[in-house]
Each structure stands twice: as C-alpha cells, then as structure tokens.
Ligand binder design. Sequence first.
Ligand code: 4AD
Ligand code: MG
Length: 463
Amino acid sequence: MIKSRTKIIDILKMQPGVSVLVMGWVRTKRGNKKITFIALNDGSTIHNVQIVCDMEQFKEEELRPISTGACLRVEGLLVPSLGTEQSVEIQARKVEIYGTADPATYPLQKKGHSMEFLREIAHLRPRTNTFGCILRIRHAMAFAIHKYFNDKGFVYLHTPIITASDCEGAGAMFQVTTLDLNNPPRGKDGLVDYSQDFFGRQTSLTVSGQLEGELGAMALGEIYTFGPTFRAENSNTPRHLAEFWMIEPEMAFYDIHDNMDLAEDFIKYLVRYALENCAPDLQFLNNMIDKDLIERLESVCDTTFARLTYTEGIQILSSSGQSFEYPVSWGTDLQSEHERYLVEKHFKRPVIMTDYPKEIKAFYMKENTDRKTVRAMDILFPKIGEIIGGSQREEDLDTLARRIKEMNMSVEELDWYLDTRRFGTAPHSGFGLGFERLLLFITGMSNIRDVIPFPRTPKSAEF
Ligand code: 4AD
Ligand code: MG
C-alpha cells in the first residue's frame, strides 16, 4: 500500500512508470463494460487526472456508487495517456470510495450553472472549475501582496477590527455591542448608556485601518495593513460588499506623487505576478468568462496610467458631448458612468485622478493652497471604476483640527490621532486597494460576489 498522496498538479508533471496515490473528487465518470474513465480533481490545479479502470480487474458493483462529486482514494500506475487531453493517466489498481454524492440530490452535475445559482450554493461552488480558479488566484494575489511589501521593507501592521472611530467619516458602520437590544440600559436623557456596554463606549467594525496605519508609519516609516473591513452602506451593486478586504500601505515622507508611483507599480506587479504564476487558471477564465482577459491584463502592465486632476476630468466630461444619466458639474462626486467614460472611452487606459473638492473627500486629506481641493488620488480601472482611493495626509495640526471640526467630527475623540501631528509630524501618504475590486479585474468576473468565498451584502449573510 502506498502511503503518501501526490497532488494532481505534481502528478501531471511526472514521468510515467511509477506507482502513485491520489485523492480527490470525481468530476465525471464514463465508460462501458470493459473500461471506466474517471476524471478526478483535487483542487491543486484546474486540470483533472484521468483514472482508467480496466473492468476485468474491478467488479461492476464496486464502481457503481461512484458519480460526479464522490470522493475517492486511488492507487495505480502512472502510464502514458492515449487520449489527447493529457500526457499521463493513472491505471487504477485500487479504488476506495471515501464518500458518495447522490446524483439525485448533488447540485453540481456536469452541465454549466449560472453564477446566480452558484451563489445560492456558495458552500459547494469551490468545487466548480471557475471557483477553483478564482480561489487559487485569490490566494496567489494575497501571497503576492505580502511578498511585494516584504521585499520593499514595509512592516505588516495589524490594525484593530473593532474600533471607536469612523475613519472615512461616512457613518456607514456596523455597531458592535453586547447590550441586550430588547432592553438596553438608558441614561437620564433616555439615550442608550454605552458606558455599560462591553468596551464602556460605543464601538463598531472598522471601515478602514488607515488611522492606526498612520500611527505605524510615523514610527516604522513604511507599513501596510491587509485585513477585512466593513461598510454598512446599502449599496446593492456588482462592485460593493458589506465585508471586503483592503490593503492599506501608509508611508512617512511620501508626497502624493510618490504615493501614485507606488500605487501604479504595486498594481502592475500584482497583474504581472498573476500572469506569471496563475497561467492555467487565467487561461481557463479567458476561455470561459472573458475572451479579452489576458490581453487586458498584459496591456495594463505595458501602459503608463493617465494622470489628471479632478478639475481637468470635469472639463473632459463636460465637453465630451455625451449624455450622462447624472449631470456633470464641479463639486459633485463622479458616478461610475463618468469614471468609465474617462477610462474606457477617453484615455483607454487606467486613470489616476487627483485634487478632488474637499467637500466630497475625508477629513484627513491634505488641503491644497487653493483651500478648495485636497491631495486625493483615486485610481480608476476599466470595467471596475475606482480600484484604489488614497491621498497625501494633512500633517499640519491646526489645519487638521480645523478640518475635523468643519466635518462635524469630534477633535476630542481623535486626540490620539492628532498626537502624530503634535509630536514629530511629517509629510506622509497612503492608499487603500480593495482586494475584491482587484480580483474582479484579474479574473474578469463581473460581480464582486463571485470573487470572495462567502459574500456579505445587504439582506444576505448565509454560510
Ligand atoms: O476609497 P476608500 O473608502 O478609502 C479608504 O478607506 C481609505 N482609508 C484608504 C486609504 O487611504 N488608506 O476605500 C478604498 C478602496 C476603494 O478604492 C475600493 O477599491 C474599496 O476600497 N472599497 C470597496 N470594495 C468593495 N466593497 C465596498 N463596499 C468598498 N468600498 C471601498
Ligand atoms: Mg474612495
């Protein structure tokens, strides 16, 4: 009996003539009285290994319970394959069934399924070819992100998930409490008395690790966070999740131009990493999901992103002759139709837009001398719109305190944050990359619910 299992990704690279042990799930089974072919997949690669059972050596009833979805342990001899799809296959000597999958109830039969249907069975969809590819690419990208920053000497900083501050000031936070919601303690004013709550104050799930990231950058120089973030905005779109992962580098001594250079280099590195390390999975997605995927990924690596100010962007949009659903005027936030016009029609490449009106951006962004705009930078991508949001930070204590008040936020609550400006303040910058928005671009998928294993969206938190 062979003891150690070989993964299918390695089997397919081996020379024939050796005995092997594989374990995995049946994708298809076919054959006749003389021979049975089983396509087995173990998740290590998009490719299956073909198991060939000579029916002179197996009893028919022994193999009968095997159907799509069943889990098998197979020992056999690796032999050259006569088929054209693979160079080797396994001549089975011993087949053990770990678990059957009743064809009457197992939902993933051979036919293709819609993404909507697969979302309803998100607990099983990793077993499909498409989601296998996506989850392997998701892993590779997470690894590449750590590698990129580690190679550059950035420190991975773990920022808290539970927080008492609202970084983006948008108020779209999920509250965290252990109070009895049916009977919360109340103060004299009739309001809920959070001093009796678990943390002795009102707390929420974080929308961003940036504020704590800035504390790290002002001591360690260059840091990054990579963690889950939560937004309770009721956005039912193909680009919004209530729980998503964000990568937030924060760098002392970077101005907005250094920040843009890093962001552009970072994204190109990740795309190149995917092209070099995820080729079979990208090829599958290119064939099945999006025929232009690989070409688009390659073109992003080769082009220089367009850089322009918000004011220039508004001018281009106003004189475009296009009729937009939302009218364009200086001071309003860009809608996704505007972003996509600039990226897909006007520049035909990714765009970095800077210097937005301060009213539509967060309190921490550095004010320009015009006092109307801030040193924000958003990176806009084809099909996705905003993939990165960042800025140079306001390092001046008085200006920052004024901005906090102007935004009706509490200077007292942010006292710890203001200490960075009180003690050894420095110019610094950072940005946030939405991990799932990146994955939308890399995989060519069109709905953000399909690039995270278990999506959380309004009215949906199953599994
Ligand atoms: O532009 P945002 O809100 O910026 C921040 O949170 C800053 N604190 C980042 C920083 O400067 N350190 O979010 C950053 C990115 C967006 O560009 C987008 O890619 C992604 O996070 N994002 C979302 N992704 C999925 N679902 C949502 N609801 C998202 N909201 C933002
Ligand atoms: Mg943003």
